[in-house]
Design a protein around this ligand. Structure first.
Ligand code: MG
Length: 275
């Protein structure tokens, strides 16, 4: 089990994990966020949210400058690490197709096949606010997409199968999130992004960085398989997450959201009596 003195990366989902699913509050996790900061353990947000949304949340949580993974792994920000230590490494890395290319593919598919869906690029911030419960200003941040589209599906399950096949033919993939479906480049996901970031940390200072991940939804499975210690936060989805036999260190929390987040860290991180 890792201790607060070890080189450890904490990678976390937001909605339903660090943030309460209903209220978006993280207050129940504030104590551990402070403790991790005091021990210089980076907390890497790994979310379907946009860079603009994540940067705003980082500021509120005192995590400014930390690396983060946005838009379900389609976008990586190495933060101060990338800036200071790896001059050749871009601070922001876009994996795969950009937002304009994805929108163009979606609009073409809608015209040619008549699929019924609404993407964030089809509507205004008021409607996104209604869908998400976000204030109009925050909904605008959710609309600043760079490498994936979030959408609401308004067609049948059969048409969904056809839609996924058409996306695949265009090197795109569909991921199911907590509230929305997400269309992004095939091969981009939270797990691939976490592996990339871990290798960057290990290359940077040669230390044997370990990782602890926390998530609650099906779009967190690849991320939780990519880390050394996986915390499955109790969620609202019907089927429990299955990480498969290769992930040995798994803890399922009894509590939801940020309370579960705290419970997971308490379980895995030993304090060594040096706090
Ligand atoms: Mg979630």
């Amino acid at each position: 089990m890792p201790s607060l003195q070890d080189p450890l990366l904490v990678v976390t989902d937001l909605d339903g994990s660090l943030l309460d699913h209903h209220t978006y509050s993280w207050q129940a996790a504030a104590g551990w966020l402070e403790k991790l900061k005091a021990h210089r353990i980076p907390v890497v947000i790994c979310s379907s949210k946009t860079s603009a949304e994540i940067k705003t949340l980082q500021t509120g949580m005192g995590l400014e400058g930390a690396p983060f993974i946005a838009e379900n792994g389609a976008l990586l920000h190495a933060g101060a690490l990338g800036q200071g230590q790896q001059p050749d490494e871009p601070v922001t890395t876009l994996l795969g197709q950009d937002y304009a290319a994805i929108r163009e593919a979606l609009e073409t598919l809608r015209r040619s096949h008549g699929f019924k869906f609404f993407g964030f690029g089809d509507v205004n911030e008021q409607l996104i606010g209604e869908w998400t419960g976000l204030a109009p200003h925050d909904a605008l941040l959710a609309q600043q997409r760079q490498a994936s589209e979030a959408l609401i599906w308004r067609d049948s399950d059969e048409r969904m199968t056809e839609f996924v096949q058409e996306l695949e033919a265009r090197s795109l993939a569909l991921i199911q999130g907590g509230r929305f479906y997400h269309v992004l480049s095939k091969g981009s996901n939270k797990g691939a992004a976490v592996r990339w970031l871990l290798s960057l940390f290990r290359r940077n200072d040669g230390r044997p960085w370990q990782s602890l991940g926390l998530g609650d939804g099906p779009n967190d499975v690849l991320m939780l398989q990519a880390v050394d210690y996986a915390v499955i936060i109790r969620g609202y989805s019907k089927t429990p997450l299955d990480l498969g036999p290769s992930q040995k260190n798994v803890y399922r929390t009894a509590a939801y959201g940020p309370e579960g987040w705290t419970e997971g860290l308490e379980h895995f991180i030993t304090s060594d009596g040096l706090e």
